[in-house]
Write a protein that binds this ligand. Structure first.
Ligand code: ADP
Ligand code: MG
Ligand code: MG
Length: 918
């Protein structure tokens, strides 16, 4: 790690930079791209970046810095001073800087930025003279003291206080100046009043901290740098990292950059823009700006900005320059950029750029269109869509008929697409509580701030009364794929009364509201939702399908899937136990069923009673009688599924859960069953007692049922083959793959295979036909993985049941892990929930080992996975690397798994190249 040069500071300015865009790990995303933009000649105010290595050092050494650091910072500042002809602390031409955090991945609004550093009672005079504007100078100064006091000196709301102490001071002054008026805008305070504020702020700081506000810019700088590093470990940053799995070791960089001013008058302004629309994906310049304002005003969402398209009206030159910037950014970065700019007296400055966060909808459209434009290859297009995001594209929208009759009460900006209905909550904590209680929640705020993050995560959707498309709410919603409408001005939110009033109608906390984040509309009450366009085209709704020509997103989606098919090696199957589910999955591109759970079939209608009769039977004869009743049902299910699959393979798992799950446990239900079956109720309660297990997960289940009661397996095998014979007769190919669950000993599997083969031969003879079938096993307990070579002598395929394999490998019950797993994740004992993402080190090692051992014995053994993990992108990629033939997941995750599988295949091909480059 230690580099010979110990270079901790990277300079950028005047078309030259020490760093570049490829150095995000070292310089953070912001720093690396500031360097890159400088290199390609974009107008970036000069500055320096302190590396993330310093952050790591800082935390490893009791919050101290490497000894070489400050000399390097001084040299960097000297470089800025030389370029601009200004000096830090100079009385005539003071250099003012911002101190900005910048992690490897952007963490919007999570870390604190300090602006106007370098101001003090003396230098403020120079700023005043330079601009000829006292109000402007003092406004900067008071903002600096306020920010610095808050972020660096820790003057913040104390427990029990409702308002920020600085805002209290401002409100106090306003009340004094404009008695009786409410909502006085900051702009009405003049220079003298702002001077007064600065004095009062400093007094507040002294009173709260016992310390003077530092006047020396170098002291200010040291404090600010420390605060940025310190903010890496603040609560908000930790919550954010937890949500996005950003390791805490990464650390943040610090950027120190010369200030530019968007608030010097009517030829100035600030804005945030995207090179294309990040919500719909349309190829239009998208974003917003505020005249005579600084960047923070745009992001804070306090004033509602104007669309960038209107900039040409007031500042045509700047608008043309921005259009040029837009083109340069896209052709250089070859991806949609999200950038911050400031216009100072007509001149455009670039303050930041990064790959724009986008909705799933936009991600698909960007990828497909950029390939068509020749900007990227089809392989890159596949990488451009995060597999998880396809979820959003498949998410429901409001039902067309239901929305027509719903009452639209307000309009706002469409900030996060999709449809959401829920009970309104006006505060994050209460929203989280309600969501945990199982309610659908809509978080409604005047505007959101990073404090609301937990509430935003818990909510179905987010609605704000103020703020634009680059406000905090919009930014976070886009990233999380939450439905969001922001800036719905008609809403009057009263936090005190916990009410929302609009168009004379008042909603209390807990009332239903619905929002359409694609159109930016707010509806009273709960509105029915309907499937996404893709689902409407491919699967249809109520038997009706949407025409592909009418859905551009579906066209783009199908193009993407075509590319995936070209790249991929691994198949994607589905977990389905009904013909309908199977058909849906096939429409999404599944190439078979990877897990058909037969037990679900026993719960429907009055089948459950036949099942219960079977369980209650005292002897084999009675049991066989009850099983005979079940046979036609099972057979019917299988023939439906075989027909729907139309020749694709179906993995059918024999009965798996412990029998007590099928019996009623309450007395009343037992009595009813006794009546239905005409047996004494005691018989039932006795049997329930007998079947009671201390640890059902490890009890009499899986193949252990078929071992003790072979007649159950026999019935299931007969149902499979009789159905197969019937469907085959109609000319449809049938490929059953019978799967024996919970095997740990080779003999278990042998005994079950004997039953299956015997029945298959019998049915084949009865129907004068032949079957193309396999018998294999699940690998879901560690012993099976350990002796996989022996099991493979009999098993024609393995399917990793990673739900149970995770439980048994970790010795951790999924259903009981809720009480400790969150703490484990917080402490990073486990990086991710192992029941959602495969534990690659532990469970993954068992999988790899079983694959190798299995192939040793039977080189052509078919390998698959059927646990929940089969639809989770990083687990899918792991499965590809482990060499599995297929993954299997729920029907609606099939597209996600297909995309992830294609990405994994491409990554594998690209890897040797990447290595060669190094
Ligand atoms: P974040 O990572 O939260 O976006 P930034 O470091 O980008 O934080 O800064 C917050 C705001 O301050 C942005 O609007 C940015 O444009 C503005 N800003 C940062 N540095 C400067 C600067 N040197 N001159 C003018 N505005 C700046
Ligand atoms: Mg920023
Ligand atoms: Mg299992």
């Amino acid at each position: 790690m230690a580099k010979a040069s110990n270079k901790y500071v990277y300079f950028f300015g005047n078309k030259k930079a020490d760093g570049n865009g490829g150095m995000k790990a070292l310089l953070g995303g912001k720093g690396a791209n500031l360097a890159e933009m400088t290199r390609i000649g974009l107008p970036v105010p000069p500055g320096l970046t302190i590396t993330t290595e310093v952050c790591a050092y800082y935390y490893a050494h009791h919050r101290t810095y490497p000894k070489e650091l400050w000399a390097q910072v001084k040299a960097g500042i000297a470089g800025i001073e030389k370029l601009l002809g200004k000096r830090l602390g100079d009385l005539q031409k003071p250099l003012l800087v911002s101190v900005r955090s910048g992690a490897r991945d952007s963490m919007p609004g999570m870390m604190d930025t300090i602006l106007h550093l370098g101001l003090n009672d003396q230098t403020v005079g120079a700023l005043e003279e330079a601009g000829g504007n006292a109000r402007f100078a003092w406004d900067c100064y008071r903002r600096f003291v306020q920010m610095y006091g808050d972020v660096v000196m820790g003057v913040q709301k104390r427990p029990g206080e409702d308002h920020d102490p600085f805002e209290m001071v401002i409100d106090g002054l306003k009340a004094e100046m404009f008695p009786g008026e409410s909502h006085v805008e900051d702009t009405r305070l003049d220079a003298e009043e702002l001077k007064k504020l600065v004095r009062q702020f400093k007094y507040l700081i002294k009173e709260r901290t016992g310390k003077e506000f530092p006047a020396d810019p170098w002291v200010q700088l040291e404090g600010a740098v420390g605060a940025v590093f310190g903010s890496w470990m603040n609560d908000r940053a930790i919550v954010y990292r937890g949500k996005y799995n950003i390791p805490s070791e990464w650390g943040t960089a610090v950027n120190v950059q010369a200030m530019v001013y968007g608030n010097t008058g009517e030829r100035s302004g600030s804005g945030v823009a995207f090179t294309r629309d990040p919500a719909s994906g349309e190829r239009v310049f998208y974003g917003e700006f505020l005249m005579n304002a600084q960047g923070e005003d745009v992001v804070a969402g306090v004033r509602t900005p104007k669309p960038v398209a209107e900039l040409g009206k007031t500042m045509p030159d700047a608008a043309a320059e921005l259009e040029r910037v837009r083109k340069t950014l896209e052709s250089h970065f070859r991806d949609v950029q999200d950038f911050e700019f400031t216009i100072e007296d007509g001149k455009v400055f670039m303050l930041q750029t990064r790959n724009g966060k986008r909705t799933g909808l936009a991600a698909v459209r960007f990828a497909v269109e950029m390939q068509k434009e020749g900007l990227i290859t089809w392989e890159e297009a596949i990488h451009r869509v995060p597999a998880e995001q396809l979820d959003q594209v498949l998410a429901p929208v409001f039902d067309r008929a239901a929305i027509k009759s719903a009452k639209c009460v307000a309009k706002g900006l469409p900030a996060g697409p999709g449809a959401a209905s829920g009970r309104v909550f006006f505060n994050a904590t209460r929203a989280v509580e309600a969501a945990h209680g199982g309610q659908k929640v809509l978080l409604v705020r005047v505007e959101t701030s990073p404090e609301d993050l937990r509430g935003m995560i818990a909510a179905e959707g987010i609605l704000t009364a103020r703020g634009g498309v680059s406000s905090h709410a919009a930014l976070v919603a886009r990233q999380m794929g939450k439905v969001c409408v922001c800036g719905a001005h008609a809403l009057q939110v009263d936090y005190g009364k916990k009410t929302l009033t609009v168009e004379g109608q008042t909603f209390n906390e807990g009332d239903f509201l619905s929002i359409d984040g694609t159109a930016g509309e707010v509806y009273a009450g709960e509105v029915k939702t309907s499937p996404s366009e893709i689902v409407q085209v491919l699967i249809g709704e109520n038997g009706k399908k949407l025409d592909l020509k009418e859905s551009r997103i579906c066209q783009d989606y199908l193009q993407l899937m075509k590319w995936c098919a070209k790249a991929t090696r691994m198949h994607v199957r589905t977990n389905a136990d009904s013909p309908e589910q199977a058909a849906n999955a096939v429409a999404f591109g599944a190439t078979g069923i990877g897990l058909c759970r037969t037990e679900h079939m026993f719960f429907e209608g009055n089948r459950i009673n036949a099942m219960r009769e079977m369980i209650l039977a005292d002897n084999t004869g009675d049991r066989k009688k009850a099983l005979a009743k079940l046979l036609p049902y099972q057979k019917e299910d299988f023939s439906g599924i075989f027909t729907a699959l139309n020749g694709l393979p179906a993995t059918i798992r024999f009965l798996d859960p412990p029998l007590h799950e099928f019996l009623p446990h309450e007395q009343a239900a037992q009595a009813e069953l006794a009546r239905d079956l005409n047996v004494p109720v005691e018989k039932i309660s006795k049997r329930v007692d007998q079947l009671h297990e201390f640890n059902p997960m490890l009890g009499h289940r899986g193949c252990r049922l078929g071992i003790v009661y072979p007649e159950i397996s026999e019935m299931q095998a007969r149902a499979v083959f009789e159905a197969a014979a019937e469907v085959q007769k109609k000319g449809v190919k049938v490929r059953p793959e019978i799967m024996i669950p919970l095997v740990g000993f080779p003999k278990e599997l042998q005994l079950q295979i004997e039953v299956v083969n015997r029945v298959a031969a019998e049915v084949a003879q009865e129907h004068k036909t032949r079957f193309n079938y396999l018998v294999g096993t699940m690998i879901e307990i560690p012993r099976a993985a350990l002796v996989a070579d022996e099991i493979a002598k009999d098993a024609q395929f393995f399917s990793f049941g990673t739900n149970d394999l995770t439980q048994t490998c970790l010795g951790m019950s999924r259903d009981d892990s809720g009480s400790f797993l969150p703490k484990y994740q917080e402490l990073e004992i486990v990086k991710q929930n192992p029941f959602a993402t495969i534990d690659q080190k532990g469970v993954g090692r068992l999988i790899k080992m079983a694959c190798e051992l299995g192939r040793q014995t039977r080189p052509d053994i078919k390998l698959g996975i059927c646990g929940e993990h089969g639809g989770e992108p990083s687990s899918v990629k792991f499965c590809h690397r482990a060499g599995l033939n297929y993954v299997s997941c729920s029907p609606f995750r099939v597209p996600i798994a297909r995309l992830a599988a294609a990405q994994a295949a491409l990554e594998e091909k690209e890897k040797p190249k990447a290595k060669a480059k190094k």
